[in-house]
Design a protein around this ligand. Structure first.
Ligand SMILES: CCCCCCCC/C=C\CCCCCCCC(=O)N[C@@H](CC(N)=O)C(=O)O
Ligand SMILES: [Zn+2]
Ligand SMILES: [Zn+2]
Length: 478
């Protein structure tokens, strides 16, 4: 146990049990949210009609949240929502829960059910945003609604920040909320955002699920490569065209992975914590990474998902060139999305890229970039981490391992780095490789049971956060 005993905690915890009527209402509320197509299409292209509708929708399904005197609601950047839940004990430092209401596009093709139908089938609610991230938006507000209906008054103040443009970098949502809170002089004990999950089936041999709380996230670079050549008649082509030069350059990048950073990363700690859950001989191998590190890192990079944990990844995401079938193309452009390993910097990656391309006809333009995020504490004194751990143990008693890790995607939480050193990215949901592929992919869905458990998790987490106990060290460390 990482947190102090119960004596200074609230005398009576409100039990996390919900009536049949409440359970029906909570799943119907999520279905309605999925039905509103709050899509972020591109850098400045959002479905503002849907975002406005979403704002009305949360008002209608969570009336108690909106009418409670100690819950203040503000709209920021037109469509993001900031709730301030005033606690009764001002000596306790506030914390913040984050989620986002926008989703990535979802063309109908390939889906078992239309992506914005929010239909329930075989115990699952289907649609874009059921895992990323309307489930969290709705579960946070739902848990608060249910707590308020039970006359709950928190001791520790907390904020709920719901961004509307996370999928296009959060410049008008999270970034503005962070600036506002900073101007108000707010400092947070910790933040909890989307990110990692309880992972199931990602590691061959490891049958048991394990919870990874991401204590950092990778950096990112969107880099445009451009080649200009003289246009002309296609009947007499030059030896190389802009398309050919650029294609060769991006192919070199795709074929030359960035260096494996296993040795210098947090993944080693994660694996050491998982070691004793594996059967012999894997447990011995993972407990002795000083010896078996090179072998383990080669195995990890073989799978494309776990590969993202050991290196900066290179994804060729856009390619544009050509104006007409019989015209030599004057310009060819490609965009490459790199996710920067926490052991590297943007600058180091850009140097490597230039060396790999090694062709001065290729011009580089950094469209956007940020370094990997600082590593948040996960020791026994880290309140946010220990509260998550405590709540995971209580809501998912079958999960034996809770370990710190890296988030391979990016989240709105990075905009709040000035407000706290404790940023934790964790969704209280099981995730297997198939559901991982559905995020930004097709057939995204959440089981009704998993969603109810997410609400229960937040319902308990908020109450657990009312502790005035500083986390205490493990007994074996005394
Ligand atoms: C030993 C551990 C094995 C671990 C296997 C890795 C499994 C990966 C699990 C979860 C990762 C899911 C990442 C979700 C967060 C993504 C949020 C998102 O989509 N963000 C966007 C937008 C943005 N803010 O930049 C993104 O492009 O990253
Ligand atoms: Zn997300
Ligand atoms: Zn996303």
């Amino acid at each position: 146990k990482g947190l102090g005993g119960q004596k200074h905690q609230r005398a009576s915890q409100i039990p996390s049990q919900f009536s049949q009527g409440e359970r029906v209402a909570m799943k119907e509320a999520l279905k309605g949210a999925i039905h509103i197509p709050t899509v972020s299409f591109g850098p400045k292209e959002l479905n503002t009609t849907a975002l406005a509708e979403f704002g009305e929708y949360i008002r209608s399904v969570f009336p108690t949240v909106f009418k409670t005197s100690f819950v203040q609601h503000e709209v920021i950047g037109e469509y993001s929502h900031l709730f301030t839940v005033q606690g009764s004990d001002p000596s306790l430092q506030p914390y913040m829960l984050l989620a986002h209401s926008d989703v990535v596009p979802a063309p109908d093709e390939g889906w078992e059910v239309p992506p914005f139908s929010g239909l329930e089938r075989d115990g699952f609610i289907h649609g874009r945003g059921t895992l990323d991230n309307k489930n969290s938006v709705m579960a946070i507000l739902q848990a608060l609604e249910l707590l308020l209906l039970r006359n709950y008054i928190p001791r520790r103040s907390f904020f709920i920040a719901l961004g509307h443009d996370e999928e296009i970098s959060g410049h008008n949502g999270a970034q503005k909320i962070a600036a506002l809170l900073q101007a108000r002089g707010v400092q947070l004990a910790f933040i909890v955002d989307e990110g990692n999950f309880i992972l199931d089936g990602f590691i061959p041999n490891l049958k048991k699920p394990f919870a990874i709380i991401a204590v950092t996230e990778k950096g990112a670079i969107n880099l445009m490569l451009q080649v200009n050549t003289t246009p002309g008649h296609s009947s007499a082509p030059p030896k190389e065209t802009s398309i050919g030069i650029l294609a060769a350059a991006v192919s070199r990048l795709e074929q030359t992975p960035m260096p494996n950073m296993f040795g210098s990363g947090l993944l080693k700690t994660t694996l050491q914590e998982l070691a004793h859950e594996f059967p012999f001989p894997t447990n011995i191998i993972l407990s002795n990474l000083w010896l078996f590190g090179p072998l383990v890192s080669r195995l990890i990079e073989r799978n494309y998902i776990t590969n993202a944990l050991v290196r900066t990844t290179t994804a060729l995401t856009m390619f544009n060139a050509g104006v007409k079938v019989n015209v030599i193309p004057p310009v060819a452009q490609a965009i490459i999305n790199f996710r920067v390993d926490p052991a590297q910097t943007v600058q180091e990656v850009l140097e490597l890229v230039k060396n790999i391309v090694a062709d001065n006809r290729v011009q580089f333009q950094v469209l956007s970039a940020f370094d990997p995020l600082p590593v948040s504490p996960s020791d026994h004194q880290a309140l946010g981490y220990q509260l998550l751990r405590q709540t995971i143990r209580s809501v998912f008693p079958e999960v034996n391992i809770v370990a710190p890790g890296v988030c391979i995607g990016n989240t709105d939480s990075r905009h709040y780095a000035n407000l706290t050193t404790g940023i934790y990215r964790f969704n209280p949901l099981y995730l297997n490789p198939q559901s991982f592929r559905s995020i930004h992919g097709i057939n995204e869905k959440i089981s009704v049971r998993a969603y109810e458990t997410q609400v229960k998790f937040i319902f308990e987490f908020v109450q657990n956060a009312d502790t005035d106990q500083e986390p205490v060290p493990h007994l074996h460390e005394l």
